[in-house]
Design a binder for this molecule. Structure first.
Ligand code: PGA
Length: 237
């Protein structure tokens, strides 16, 4: 089964750099990898016709209306976008998104057949109680959602994002197992779970080869298309 790799470009690259990115990566196929690219939303259309899935970094919880600066799941769907990242730790921490809003966004996406990629994970201060934090986030973010099987989860310890610090492989494996187990026990659904946080050219192969890891979410290492290509070519199953 192919592994999923999500390139989260965040608020990086200007228009010319995006055009170069599309030229470099757009039509390159990577062995055993399904590549999803999440550009800044104004550039979603610049990826028309590429061979990869183009997805949103964020979305709002209503279909339309007076919400200056926001994008709705309905708008995404009508533009051919089938997935959105939801609840990234930068949205939670910098833009104060809480679990209630994240839950509403997931529901709105599912109503519009935009599949959510829900990010969860503990902060540095919460490291000793990571299990509790993960359980709480899942309980609140997935509250009253029925089609859980349509959701992808990204486990991203906040202390690993952009820091170069990666948990031990056994730690990643056990957190991912915990998430899969919690969801299966409660909803009888199997979900794909990705790991995110400081994935780079040196560790992608071992992380993607952890047995229960369905893929990775990559920030910083996805921004330079030449480096990113080299990194994706490193993956051998
Ligand atoms: P990073 O970011 O790869 O730069 O650590 C990951 C993320 O923000 O999802």
């Amino acid at each position: 089964m192919n592994k999923i790799v999500i390139a989260n470009l965040k608020m990086n690259l200007d228009y010319k750099e995006i055009i170069d990115y599309v030229a470099e990566i757009g039509n390159t196929i990577f062995d055993n990898i399904d590549l999803f690219i999440a550009p800044t939303s104004i550039y979603l259309g610049s990826f028309n016709g590429v061979k990869h899935k183009i997805i949103a970094q964020n979305v709002y919880c209503n279909d339309k209306g007076s919400y200056t600066g926001e994008i709705s799941p309905k708008q995404l769907k009508s533009f051919g976008i089938d997935y959105s990242i939801i609840g990234h730790s930068e949205r939670r921490n910098i833009f104060f998104e809480n679990d209630m809003l994240i839950n509403a966004k997931i529901k709105a996406c599912l109503n519009n057949k935009v599949l959510p990629i829900l990010c969860i994970g503990e902060s540095l201060e919460e490291k000793d109680s990571a299990k509790m934090v993960i359980m709480d986030q899942l309980r609140r973010d997935l509250n009253e959602i029925t089609n859980i099987g349509d959701i992808i989860i990204a486990y991203e310890p906040v202390w690993s994002i952009g820091t170069g610090i990666v948990p031990k492989l056994e730690e990643i494996e056990s957190r991912i197992s915990l998430i899969k187990e919690l969801i299966f026990n409660k909803y009888k659904a199997n979900v794909k779970v990705l790991y995110g946080g400081s994935v780079n050219v040196d560790n992608i192969n071992e992380i993607l080869n952890i047995k229960n890891v369905d893929g990775v979410l990559v920030g910083g290492s996805s921004i330079n298309p030449i480096y990113f290509k080299e990194m994706l070519n490193k993956f051998k199953q």
